[in-house]
Design a protein around this ligand. Structure first.
Ligand code: CA
Length: 226
């Protein structure tokens, strides 16, 4: 089993390396995300241990770029604290699992073995509705050939619609599926983001895909609103 460890703190990096080598694993260590990218692309690792806090490109960005570059090696993220935001952000970027520092070495080993057993995951299915295309793996969206830049929330919202085209989705449903946390001001947050989405996926293309269903919610029309 071959593992790439991405960690800039020397003490932590050598601790992990020593422990894994003692268990008979083959280990490469790199202190930066930039170096991790070309190493992971050039070699066949069974798993990557990726620290979130790195100089330059952080662990989140590194993971995102790995996936964008088509590297699907299982990634175990090391996060500094048990923050839900960190965890969600990590899994959002395509990480497979996470471990909170400080951790017991036995736990790291067990998680790594489990990830390597599972093997490289299939990339999630690309969603298509009419000429809208959404790739959950790389978090990219296109209408026809043209790529559309969306914020994290706009993306989650559109994904919820594209998983259930032509169905009327209530504001409560959309909040549950596109927002991870309870929002203080829930009243109009969905409406605000619907407006943002329309200005990006519809208006520039002369479409009316996102329909308001009075008193019920919203619907993404499968025929592109034409
Ligand atoms: Ca670090």
């Amino acid at each position: 089993m071959r593992v790439l460890v991405v960690e800039d703190e020397l003490r932590m990096a050598s601790l992990i390396r020593r422990g894994l080598v003692e268990e008979g694993l083959s280990v490469d260590v790199t202190p930066t995300g930039e170096e991790a990218l070309w190493k992971a692309q050039g070699s066949d690792y069974d798993a990557v241990v990726l620290d979130v806090m790195l100089p330059g490109m952080d662990g989140f960005e590194t993971c995102r770029r790995l996936r964008t570059n088509g590297v699907w090696t299982p990634v175990l993220m090391l996060t500094a604290r048990d923050s839900v935001e960190d965890r969600v952000a990590g899994l959002d970027t395509g990480a497979d699992d996470y471990l909170v520092k400080p951790f017991a070495f036995a736990e790291l080993l067990a998680r790594l073995r489990a990830l390597a057993r599972r093997g490289t995951q299939e990339r999630p299915t690309v969603l298509e509705v009419d000429d809208l295309t959404l790739d959950p793996a790389t978090r990219r969206v296109w209408r026809g050939e043209r790529e559309i830049r969306l914020s994290v929330k706009e993306f989650s919202l559109l994904e919820a619609f594209m998983r259930r085209p032509d169905e009327v989705l209530s504001r409560v449903y959309l909040l549950d599926h596109a927002w991870d946390f309870a929002y203080e001001n829930r009243s109009n947050v969905v409406d605000v983001y619907i407006r943002h989405l329309r200005s990006k996926i519809d208006e520039p293309f002369g479409c009316k895909t996102l329909e308001t269903i009075r008193g019920a919610g919203y619907r993404l029309r499968a025929n592109g609103g034409r």
